[in-house]
Write a protein that binds this ligand. Structure first.
Ligand code: SAH
Length: 220
């Protein structure tokens, strides 16, 4: 990939990205670490070239294979909730998609494991992430419902597909003090949920209404 695509011009420039960050601030994202990460990762590199000029608008965009990349606000919000103001060690990202959320997480966590069930999408994410040489991001083809027991426990789990119940394997793989952020289908509505593991058990909070693709079992 050429460096001009990376640095961007016009609608894909650093200036456009910084305007996006100011909008995120106005929309209520206040974690400076997250805002800095959103300013650093060039979202246009992760979307199809034909959509690059819309990469910094606050909209979800199609990724192919019937999947979508979440809006910048949703990615920032989930990252802010996962961090809870703390430095993160190891994080599990479920639903790699194009790899954008994984790249943002890599700026706020020491290690990122990202799992995707669709092999062709994972290949796309691998290509997108290659030029950043993020040695801290590891991509895996697998079913996120099962988590990644060999890399657990995780300080945070971020899931980009809506579940009808919290996958028990993921609760097990959360470190004490860790947080899981996921869209849950509740009364036919999707809500962003934050589940914190404490020494006593798990505490759940329901947050914003959201719209994600469904979490599907198995791999393809
Ligand atoms: N975080 C992504 C958003 C991708 S959309 C990004 O930044 O681009 C959600 C993704 O979740 C899709 O790619 C879909 O294939 C994947 N997905 C759905 N169910 C899954 C499962 N059980 N395990 C892993 N990935 C899953």
């Amino acid at each position: 990939m050429s460096s001009s695509r990376h640095s961007g011009i016009g609608m894909t420039s650093q200036r456009t990205r910084l305007r996006m960050v100011e909008r995120l601030r106005d929309q209520g994202i206040c974690d400076e670490v997250v805002l800095a990460a959103m300013g650093e990762v060039p979202r246009h590199v992760f979307v199809d070239e034909a959509l690059a000029s819309r990469a910094y608008e606050d909209i979800a965009l199609p990724l192919g294979f019937g999947q979508t990349i979440s809006s910048p606000f949703t990615v920032a919000r989930m990252t802010e909730l996962a961090r809870g103001g703390m430095d993160l060690g190891r994080v599990l990202d479920i639903g790699t998609g194009c790899g954008y959320q994984a790249a943002v997480l890599a700026r706020v966590a020491r290690e990122v494991y990202s799992v995707e069930r669709l092999a062709p999408l994972l290949a796309k994410a691998r290509r997108n992430l290659r030029e950043f040489r993020l040695s801290s991001v590891r991509l895996r083809h697998g079913d996120g419902l099962l988590g990644l027991p060999e890399a657990a426990p995780f300080d945070a789990v971020v899931m980009a597909a809506a579940a009808t119940h919290v996958p028990p394997a993921l609760l097990d793989q959360l470190a004490v003090g860790g947080r899981m952020v996921l869209p849950m289908l509740i009364n036919r509505e999707q809500r962003l949920c934050v589940i914190e593991r404490t020494t006593q058990g798990y505490a759940e909070k329901q947050m914003d209404q959201v719209k994600f693709v469904p979490l599907l079992p198995g791999v393809e």
